[in-house]
Design a protein around this ligand. Structure first.
Ligand SMILES: Cc1cc2nc3c(=O)[nH]c(=O)nc-3n(C[C@H](O)[C@H](O)[C@H](O)COP(=O)(O)OP(=O)(O)OC[C@H]3O[C@@H](n4cnc5c(N)ncnc54)[C@H](O)[C@@H]3O)c2cc1C
Length: 401
């Protein structure tokens, strides 16, 4: 087949960028496309509205891709403890890195910084062609490969097209892959706030009947609010002025860090549960939010996506080394088998948590409060939870080990 690239990745977010960086020295010719220009990062600029709690497994992947050192040097915030408690009842759970013999639980990192650091690595790849700003208009499959038609009319031929274009993935839809899921009817409001008390390198999360409110520690001493709320209430909270927003955060967080004294502007993100019915077909694969979207209450979305990118890179490199067609569905199924079951288990667990904690039926409140406190006291189970969330155990791709 006459092709323009061996591999085309649509979406240069953290996940698509990680896949490109993982394959940059493979000898494969790769195009990475995005609707936007690559983000720029400056330590002088305000902290990105989108910050992620990055697990140790994600840190190891970014390290293996050569991006972690630049991220660490620029602006990250390690967190060593996590405190989760229920506003209805006295249940709570506390995780401490010392309990699992680790120096930290993870890092809070800006999305823009991860993308920027990955772009620096992608730029070192001799066979990688960035193409932006572009958007796909059609995807055509035939016996020899795949044609991606761009809105401009340009056509690109490839053996393997990877959709990494996020939750609303146009590429997934154009490839005809369906999804299961639902809207949560919620928005996550994010803002960075200054507080009276220091955050003590701790991630705080209070479960309210209306949704969880998290305070994630930032390097400059502020905390990043991630507050999930039903749409109506989210609209009201967004409309508050800074003083009103700070007062609401103070009250709804139980003033765990004292008063919130200053805030940035607010941004909001619609929340949904989504899982693709298939991750692959001949000449095609999905990774990251294009394949699965989870509630942000446990900060797992990008961590799952980076594991997808690492697992797919492993399968592609192996097939390429054996001179097999990297777009062959038999090859790609190895990636699907490695990731889909584990992602589904995480999606199901997070959805269960979300529903359990947003419920104020009295027996359920009692049960979950008792459950939280029981797990808190049962150290082996608690440590097993934390080790899995950190990516220290489980079936991990080589890049995450
Ligand atoms: C409020 C909130 C808090 C979160 N906190 C955490 C957390 O703490 N930890 C965690 O692990 N996860 C967290 N997540 C989840 C995380 O944001 C996502 O899982 C992650 O961003 C997915 O990365 P991605 O690269 O797959 O997709 P995206 O980040 O959505 O990137 C997609 C890329 O594709 C491009 N694109 C989109 N459409 C097109 C198109 N048509 N054509 C070309 N390019 C296109 C976009 O420009 C973008 O560059 C959170 C999510 C929310 C909403």
């Amino acid at each position: 087949m006459k092709r323009d690239f061996d591999l085309i990745i649509v979406g240069a977010g953290a996940v698509g960028g990680a896949l490109a960086a993982a394959l940059r020295n493979s000898g494969l010719s790769i195009a990475i496309l995005d609707a936007r220009e690559p983000p720029r990062f400056s330590s002088e600029a305000e902290v990105d509205m989108r910050v992620f709690a990055i697990s140790r497994a994600s840190q190891r992947i970014l390290d293996a891709l050569g991006a972690w050192e630049a991220i660490r040097m620029a602006r990250v915030s390690p967190y060593r403890e996590m405190h989760v408690w229920d506003a209805t009842g006295g249940g709570s759970i506390h995780f401490d890195c010392a309990d699992v013999g680790e120096p930290l639980l993870g890092h809070i990192v800006e999305n823009r910084l991860i993308q920027h650091a990955l772009w620096e690595q992608i730029g070192n790849g001799a066979h990688i062609t960035p193409i932006h700003p572009v958007t796909p208009a059609a995807v055509e499959f035939d016996a020899q490969g795949v044609t991606l038609v761009l809105r401009s009319g340009r056509q690109l031929r490839t053996h393997l097209l990877v959709a990494a274009d996020g939750a609303e993935s146009v590429t997934r839809k154009l490839a005809g892959i369906g999804t299961r899921g639902c809207s949560y009817g919620q928005q996550a409001i994010v803002a960075h706030v200054a507080t009276e008390k220091p955050h003590r390198c701790t991630a705080w999360q209070r479960f309210l009947p209306s949704g969880p409110l998290a305070l994630l520690p930032l390097q400059d001493g502020r905390s990043s609010v991630v507050w999930s709320l039903d749409e109506g209430r989210a609209g009201e909270i967004r409309a508050l002025d800074d003083t009103g927003f700070c007062a609401a955060v103070t009250e709804e967080s139980g003033a765990i860090l004292g008063k919130a004294t200053a805030t940035t502007l607010r941004a909001s993100f619609p929340l949904q549960l989504l899982h693709a019915r298939a991750y692959v077909r001949q000449g095609f694969a999905l990774i990251g939010d294009a394949a699965h979207v989870v509630h942000p209450l446990a900060g797992q979305g990008v961590n799952l996506g980076l594991l997808d990118a690492a697992a797919l890179a492993e399968v592609i490199l192996d097939a390429h080394a054996r001179q097999r067609d990297i777009g062959d569905v038999g090859v790609l199924r190895r990636y699907e088998r490695a990731r889909k079951g584990g992602n589904l288990a995480m999606i199901t667990a997070l959805d269960g948590f979300k529903r359990l904690f947003s419920n104020d039926i009295a027996p359920l409140c009692l049960l979950r409060n008792a459950g939280l406190s029981a797990v808190d006291r049962f150290t082996p189970l608690k440590n097993a939870f934390v080790r899995r969330a950190m990516g220290l155990q489980g079936d991990l791709p080589d890049l995450a080990r």
